[in-house]
Design a binder for this molecule. Structure first.
Ligand code: FAD
Length: 392
């Protein structure tokens, strides 16, 4: 028996076996022999999810030995990347060739497979999540076969894989859309809590990426705006809150203090009223929370299990320190976020069962049917995922 924990320490499990295969053949034989023993196989990235997606007592597969940029096409703006590549390594490798990801989230420590697996996103009304940048994948299925799929080849499988919660197969390679390298001018400023909504639309319209962090204990807003610029990289030393650099150096932060997070994606127009209600609730009931509420925007997509599917979205997330209890805070505020049409982030704490999730996703049953067809024995279903189906 071995031990495994996610980044925040909230999820722990004791896999019988942990492996880091370096080829599709190795992955296939690990899956087939686990299936023959009646064991579950779960793939993991860097464990930054804080739902029990990767938890298993059986076989945990790390893709860290399958990493790196395989090829790129500057004309068609695509790149082929191994699934265990972290976003920071991918960004650095793309940058050497004048290319970049269209967006990044708050950090870049995750793997591309983990980010796609949970529909990880950044902020920007014109910018969809990272799963929507996938043009094709190679995946090892429950029977050990290796299948290539895309929007035009094996389309049902492809649709179930983006995102897939690691429940359809183990992905070994992605073909993704990329963009030419771009530079961003970052500006950060603080203002009173009232400015969060009062200046929201103007702030969103003004730059490529805008978000705010509202600090409940001080009713203070940290506004963060990143505008495209042709200017040269520059630390702008006169003020600590302004700098210019390439996107992959500006977009991600380094988060060293551990925390848990709950995030919901809401229809774009519901964001301001939802935030206003949440602000009031937190001032009234949770005034001492030291961690911020984060407000971002995400473009609509057409992916079956994407929280942003079919609607321009805002995301609102509530954080709590990793050393503090979070369930009462998250359960209380979750009701409010759900009341505004929110769908949970797959990799962040939520308390939905399968029935709740079906009500959020019109393609829920179709996704399960496709998944079950490719994995009839449930090799990729840990108890957490199996319960989501049972309850639906
Ligand atoms: C500090 C921090 C900041 C974050 N910031 C953001 C943010 O800005 N925006 C946002 O949307 N999210 C954010 N997240 C959430 C994070 O991006 C997701 O949880 C993401 O899935 C983590 O990637 P990972 O590599 O750690 O994957 P893991 O958490 O290890 O795995 C995630 C899922 O991917 C599956 N998976 C992994 N590898 C494979 C594979 N090869 N084949 C098939 N399935 C696979 C796993 O089975 C699992 O279901 C943040 C999380 C933390 C802790």
């Amino acid at each position: 028996m071995t031990s495994w924990s996610n980044w925040s320490g909230r999820i722990k499990s004791s896999p019988a076996t942990q492996i880091s295969p370096s080829s599709e053949d190795e992955i296939a034989s690990a899956i087939v022999s686990a299936r023959d023993r009646g064991q579950v196989v779960r793939a993991r990235g860097t464990g930054h999810s804080n739902t029990p997606l990767c938890a298993t007592d059986d076989v945990l597969v790390s893709l860290e030995s399958l990493s790196g940029l395989v090829s790129f096409d500057q004309e068609n703006l695509t790149a082929v990347v191994r699934s265990g590549t972290t976003l920071n390594h991918l960004s650095a490798a793309l940058h050497l060739h004048g290319l970049a990801l269209h967006n990044l989230g708050d950090i870049d420590a995750q793997t591309i497979a983990g980010a796609v697996g949970t529909a990880t996103h950044g902020t920007g009304t014109a910018l969809s999540n990272l799963a929507s940048a996938v043009e094709g994948t190679r995946v090892v299925l429950a029977d050990g076969s290796v299948v290539a799929c895309s929007r035009s080849v094996n389309i049902e499988l492809f649709a179930a894989l983006t995102p897939s919660l690691g429940a359809v197969g183990i992905i070994t390679e992605f073909t993704i859309r990329v963009v030419p390298s771009y530079r961003l001018h970052e500006k950060i400023w603080f203002a009173s809590g009232d400015t969060a909504i009062a200046s929201l639309e103007a702030n969103i319209a003004a730059t490529r990426h805008y978000e705010f962090f509202w600090h409940p204990s001080r009713d203070l807003v940290e506004h963060k705006a990143l505008a495209l610029t042709e200017s040269a990289p520059n630390p702008l030393p006169d003020t600590k809150r302004e700098r210019i650099d390439y996107s992959h150096r500006i977009l991600p932060s380094v988060r060293s203090a551990r925390f848990n997070e709950m995030e919901y994606s809401l229809p774009y127009d519901n964001g301001p009223a939802c935030f206003a209600e949440l602000r009031k609730r937190m001032i009234d009931k949770w005034p001492n929370i030291e961690w911020p509420v984060e407000y971002r925007t995400v473009a609509s997509d057409d992916l079956m299990l994407s929280p942003h599917s079919g609607r321009p979205s805002v995301t609102i997330s509530v954080h709590q320190g990793g050393d503090k209890p979070c369930d009462d805070l998250f359960r209380d505020t979750e009701q409010l976020l759900r009341g505004h049409g929110g769908r949970p982030h797959w990799g962040k704490v939520h308390y939905n069962d399968g029935n709740d999730l079906r009500s959020h996703y019109p393609g829920w049953d179709e996704w399960w049917n496709t998944r079950d067809r490719f994995d009839p024995d449930g090799v990729f279903l840990n108890p957490y995922l199996a319960a989501l189906r049972t309850n639906a």
